[in-house]
Ligand binder design. Structure first.
Ligand code: SF4
Length: 437
């Protein structure tokens, strides 16, 4: 989501006549878009800014520095008090004002700007794209459909930094998607902090279908669009209407990232997640029944306050039971002003690290089995661009969200093609263009 917000800000600046600098060393404006989900992300952004200021203070005194995003939102003026060389602090509902504030600073009207106010309809302002920003035509794009979250999980800072749930209209989103498809995009990923709550307040259910499913249906109608993904959903939003949509809408790919966070009911309750282990397993079972090849990924937090060894064992057993294709494992990180930060039973960092390692090892073992099962099979792949590790090769993504690397040529870029999987590496498949009988 931060990448998408950054892209929208960059597109806004390009429209005002700015050009994208190839590196910090040639830029006149450096904006760091920040994340607050974990403390480490905040510390990284602060250190990065300190280093940038130290490196350029004497040689390039006119440089403009800014913080945007969640840390900007939660710390506001405090950032300028701590780093007085920073010029701009732009909150999560003010990305669209960036160009105006830079004008103010460059024209001398204002020296510094801090804007972290709420703004009605700001959810509809993340809409500009820079599809050719890196010189290559993009076959995939992210589309922001909503902002904010009302779930208030006890560990999470997002409802405080991104605000209440606010959804764009279906027509607005469809218009953006249509335009992207006209520009050559084949796959769209819908974005939001809790996409399954899309339209909950404003869009009435139709034939027992939620606003989110109605949105999926509307986007599915766009000619030329080949694939639809979304992230992040909440297990609570996986009603039968959404499960059934996987069977009915062929453009909705066989892939779901459903954050579970813990396998223990006791911990899930402390986290205020709103579902239990049995309900989570029921969703997985239904999805696999509708779409057997579905690729499933999730997020875990280990070392949540009060998590006992028995609770942790429940998480391990959930991983064995579900056999995820991929899972992102995070050590619990106290976020200020969240209920969990004040809970008893805070777990020592060493134990969080130990559980992190144990869970990661199991996740990797299970995932390796899932990847290995695809060897010899033919997979439909959307070719995205050169492989990061070896630019001589191309990389693409299967419908079930697995990366495939293969020897290809320029003409394959942006194409949906069949590849035969020849071997499986760590979270990567290697393929050969399949020759069909
Ligand atoms: S649903 Fe996700 S974004 Fe919302 S509070 Fe929970 S973890 Fe945070």
């Amino acid at each position: 989501m931060n990448e998408r917000d950054s892209e929208a800000v960059a597109a806004q600046l390009v429209a005002r006549g700015y050009t994208l600098a190839h590196s910090e060393s040639t830029a006149d404006v450096i904006l760091l878009n920040t994340c607050s989900v974990r403390d480490m992300a905040e510390q990284k952004a602060l250190h990065k800014m300190q280093a940038l200021i130290a490196d350029t203070r004497r040689s390039r005194p006119g440089l403009v520095f800014g913080f945007m995003g969640c840390m900007a939102q939660s710390r506001g003026q405090e950032l300028l008090d701590r780093l007085p060389d920073v010029d701009l602090v732009i909150g999560t509902q003010k990305f669209h004002r960036t160009a105006d504030y830079l004008d103010d600073i460059f024209s001398g009207r204002r020296e510094q700007v801090v804007d972290i106010a709420e703004e009605e309809k700001s959810e509809a302002t993340i809409r500009d794209h820079l599809l050719n920003g890196n010189g290559a035509k993009s076959a995939t794009a992210f589309v922001s459909i909503m902002q904010g979250c009302n779930q208030y999980c006890t560990f999470c800072i997002v409802p405080y930094t991104r605000g209440e749930e606010r959804s764009r209209t279906i027509s607005d989103i469809v218009a953006e998607c249509r335009q992207l498809v006209q520009q050559g995009v084949k796959e769209i990923t819908l974005l939001g902090q809790i996409v399954t709550s899309y339209g909950k307040r404003d869009i009435p259910r139709v034939n027992d279908k939620s606003g989110f499913v109605l949105l999926l249906e509307a986007i599915h109608e766009i000619p030329g669009l080949e694939r639809i993904r979304f992230t992040s959903p909440h297990p609570k939003g996986y009603g039968d209407d959404l499960v059934e949509a996987y069977g009915r809408l062929p453009k909705l790919v066989e892939s779901a990232h459903i954050p579970v966070q813990s396998g223990s009911d006791r911990v899930l309750k402390l986290m205020h997640r709103g579902y239990n282990r049995a309900r989570y397993l029921e969703i997985i079972e239904k999805l696999r029944r509708v779409k057997p090849p579905i690729g499933l990924s999730t997020d875990f937090i280990v070392g949540f306050p009060g998590e006992s060894e028995e609770d942790f064992q429940e998480t391990l057993s959930l991983v064995r039971e579900v056999k995820f294709d991929q899972a992102y494992v995070f050590r619990y990180s106290e976020r200020r002003d969240t209920p969990a930060a004040a809970m008893p039973g805070q777990i020592a960092e060493a134990l969080r690290q130990e559980r992190h390692q144990r869970l990661l090892a199991l996740v990797n073992e299970m995932a390796a089995e899932r990847y290995e099962r695809l060897v010899g099979q033919q997979v439909e792949t959307l070719v995205e661009g050169p492989s990061k590790r070896n630019p001589e090769r191309l990389t693409g993504r299967t419908r079930c969200n697995k990366i495939v690397v293969f020897e290809g040529s320029q003409r394959h870029l942006g194409q949906v093609m069949n590849l035969r999987v020849t071997r499986a590496g760590s979270f990567t498949l290697y393929g050969d263009p399949a020759i069909l009988e």
